[in-house]
Design a protein around this ligand. Sequence first.
Ligand SMILES: *Cc1c(COP(=O)(O)O)cnc(C)c1O
Length: 397
Amino acid sequence: MTQDIRLQMGLRPIINASGTMTSLGASIVVPDAVAAIAATLPQFVEIGDLQKRASRTIARLTGGEAGFVTASCAGAITLAIAGTMTGDDRAAIERLPDASRLARDEVVVQSGHLVGYGAPVEQGIRLAGAKVVPVGQATSAESYQLAGAITERTAAALYVVSHHVVQYGQMSLAEFIEIAHARGVPVIVDAASEYDLKGFLAQGADLALYSSHKFLGGPTGGIVAGRKDLVRAAYMQNNGIGRGMKVGKEGIVGTIAALEAWETRDHDGIRARERAALDLWQETLAPFDGVDPVIDPDPTHNPLDRLRVLVDAPRAHITAWDLADRLGQGERPVIVRDHEVEHGYFYLDPCNLHPGEAEIVAHRLGEELEAARRSNTVIASDFLERRRRRAVSTWPD
Ligand SMILES: *Cc1c(COP(=O)(O)O)cnc(C)c1O
């Protein structure tokens, strides 16, 4: 076997038990996409024709009229919003992000959807030159508030589907669409991480946006799908603000291949393998006092379960964050999903593991918990200090 390229480059050979994280390289790109990318990279292609080919695949898989591939879902948000403001007016497209002469430049979004996925959702809107109009409060948004926020200047209504958003007190997509459409406002759904490729458009959304590099296992990229006029207007931004968000031939062919592989993927087999990993980890953790592993379904109903590992520090002799940090060290660092770790738990996500890695994760869990058990004191570093340390970037040092 050839040496792991990560070692050749002086990088740590991490095991990803945290899910689909951009900062860890997103997902395992499926073999069909890898092959399509390798075959296309040395060739010239007519990008417009390649995007037409992508449009057919996207339309088939999403049920939309048309689609195209963009650099990322974040880019897709900006381009889609821009398209709702400019239509196919090329002069207006070149004037963006100056939207001062456009009839419509406002975007309504529920306050509970104005979250971050590594960058603020609202910034993706403002990048197009649009103004964000928040609807309701973070924890509640009502239909009268959406109706009241829409004016003759409203270009679009954005709806975010994600575990990041506030999961209660928000309008359902159906209600959101009904109110926006009654006022002639198109609805864009940010569904970056959602396995459901058809549901949002089927419910009446005008555009649905996805990431290529998340559940699909494609290269870094994004997908815009839906109403042909809006897809076209978003695509035309490639000659304007979209230039800096350009996707290359490799991103387009890789996304087409990942979508086609999605159609034939053994979804049940993958689910069973993921379940086996969760069972193994649960068994591994069972003998440890103060550690409570619970299987949690995905908050946005993707067909994906995770193991929530609750750590009672006095009994386990270690805090949840210290356990997470220790797992992330050593020869095979295991990176866990720890964005809520101040509550005393982290998640183990089985969706991005290579064969054999679930066993390594189990071994490392046992190793670190056994070391904690033998420790005379509770391993408890200061959480605030950890938070501060992680907030500071020392790059490139
Ligand atoms: C990941 C994510 C994005 C950004 O997607 P990229 O393709 O990585 O740019 C946008 N919205 C949500 C809800 C996400 O989870």
